[in-house]
Design a protein around this ligand. Structure first.
Ligand code: SAH
Length: 241
């Protein structure tokens, strides 16, 4: 049995009850080092298999091999496991290998949802998720999605906005979206959602400070009706108020 668990953005309060129960029920926990740290409370006497980034296929295959022995395995992702997490990969491997192992995907609070609550209500209307990581997606595809999402006036939530190796991506992304997003469009930045050092900043498209953004940051760019009020970012749904 494999539980694919979204553990939320980083604190127990933002885990679902189903995720907590699945963590308790599992005998083995498999995950990326940083995420294992976030769920230390659950580890106790459980077996832990941890490895670094970019070892996703090995990690999932390990989990599958352990599950084949009859143990209950939890594969953990931060946020939601089905959003740039491990759920797809586990299901791809299991279906490709035609294995008969039950899999339960347990949803979690993804970073955009956690960040939106910190900012107020920025994703009240149609929004999309775009990851700026070009490790597995060609940059041209990312550019096209940014351009079309901006043209369609979606609120845009950026995942993987920045890393040491890709410091220019975010500025380039803003250049592309700038064709359609006004300079006054509100932008919300939330670092380390749900973690001890959570920080929030609200600025506009023109005054965006790329230096504030790191790899555990969520960037939310508003649509044409989004506005800032004090320290809140609000996208109207359209109610008459
Ligand atoms: N499965 C995760 C996303 C993994 S991709 C989820 O559903 O949230 C990794 C990206 O998610 C990071 O680069 C960052 O943009 C975002 N992210 C993950 N955890 C975050 C957190 N606690 N605070 C802000 N952004 C976070």
């Amino acid at each position: 049995m494999i539980y694919v668990i979204g553990i939320g953005p980083g604190c127990r309060d933002l885990m679902t009850q189903e995720a907590i129960s699945a963590m308790e029920d599992a005998e083995v926990i498999v995950g990326y080092k940083t995420y294992i740290k976030l769920v230390e409370d659950f580890v106790k006497d459980k077996e832990v298999v941890q490895n670094g980034m970019r070892k996703e296929v090995d990690r999932c295959q390990d989990a599958i091999d352990i599950a084949k022995t009859g143990k209950k395995v939890a594969v953990i992702s931060s946020g939601d496991a089905g959003i740039y997490g491990m759920a797809g990969l586990i299901l791809e491997l299991i279906t490709k290998q035609e294995l008969d192992i039950p899999v339960k995907v347990v949803p979690g609070v993804t970073a955009s949802i956690g960040a939106a609550a910190v900012l107020g209500a920025p994703i009240m209307h149609d929004f999309c998720h775009i990851s700026l990581s070009d490790l597995m997606t060609p940059w041209e595809v990312i550019e096209k999605r940014l351009r079309l999402a901006a043209e369609a006036d979606f609120v845009i939530c950026l995942y993987n906005p920045r890393s040491k190796g890709r410091s220019e991506h975010l500025a380039n992304a803003f250049k592309i979206m700038g064709e359609f997003k006004d300079g006054s469009t509100p932008v919300g930045i939330v670092k380390d959602v749900g973690r001890e050092d959570q920080e929030k900043f609200i600025c506009t498209f023109d005054t965006m400070d790329f230096e504030r953004v790191d790899m555990t940051t969520m960037v939310i760019i508003g649509n044409k009706s989004t506005y800032i009020h004090d320290d809140l970012m609000i996208t109207p749904r359209g109610y008459t108020v």
